[in-house]
Design a protein around this ligand. Sequence first.
Ligand SMILES: *Cc1c(COP(=O)(O)O)cnc(C)c1O
Length: 384
Amino acid sequence: MFSNDTIQRFKQTETPFYYYDLGLLRNTLTACRDAADVYGYQVHYAMKANFNPKVLQAIQSFGFGADCVSGNEVKSAVEYGFGKDKVVFAGVGKSDREINAALDLDIFCFNVESVQELLVINDLAGAKGKKAKLAIRINPNVDAHTHHYITTGLDENKFGVNMWQLPDVVDTLKNCQNLELIGIHFHIGSQITDLEAFKSLCVRVNEMSVWFEERGFNIKVLNVGGGLGVNYYKPDTDNIADFNAYFKVFNDFLTVKPGQEVHFELGRALVAQCASLIASVLYVKNGLKKNFLVLDAGMTELIRPMLYQAYHQIENLTQDAKAEPVKYDVVGPICESTDCFRKDVELPESFRGDLIAVRTAGAYGEVMASHYNLRDQVQSVYSE
Ligand SMILES: *Cc1c(COP(=O)(O)O)cnc(C)c1O
């Protein structure tokens, strides 16, 4: 729901653009921080969800750490003032150059995803005379009950070390003088709305924690990843995730020993609701069986619907929302048949020049924009 003033502003701005509601972002960050503080939990923001400068500045100012998945993200996190002691580096394919850069920056922790990676980090740290702190990313084989394209914690996924490979990890660690195991790390997927999945995760974390302790390791950090989902169907009435319920699951089901820290890596839940993609109707095409609304934004601005069949609420900001609905396939201008936001969207009768909002686009939106078809870089507009 946008105020009339905001819609007036949209009318004077060239489309397409991302509109960021920074007030809602701050309210979301406050809710998350307050809920985490109850249990002394540490939250690292998963920077890949959105690295827009204003978003990063806001998140950094709330004291969150940064969860990075590339060398450039690590570098950028430090530049934005995320303390080095709060920067973690995950990813299944870290290059030597990226590892070296992270070693030079003395980041808090590498989340390591294979035995071979352990050996590489050990060598590179040794060459620098450093000891790298790491957490082993364990593939817990827990079903996140989310879309199969964004599930990450099953045996068939490429991420993490499978449990049957852990004895190998332990043997390797014993021979690696330049590595210090400080934690165990998990991330089971994204857009998880059924908190039961996190209960199953807690059970697995508890087992794994004991397993490592029994082998003489002191596990200081339990990093349970991110993945908390948001309500894509109710961007106005349910626009802040239930962080209290989320953290409570971990408080209820995770066994935490004195001195042990619990870390989270939330991305989507912090930023998804704070942005919308604002576009204009270029053409209304009436076909035999279909009506198409052709927008001036497409998969080059927001690829989630095309990439993983993601749902986003679509609204016509120009016409009266209560008018008799017409069904449209809402499509973009890109030369791909998949360039469709959604089929059979019910909207008031729409016309060339109408403003269209694609809601809940703050996570994995602007950051996935591309120049395919030599399209312009999508612009950003801020509430303040
Ligand atoms: C993407 C990612 C996250 C964040 O996931 P969200 O669903 O956005 O919360 C956390 N940890 C790792 C390792 C990731 O790759």
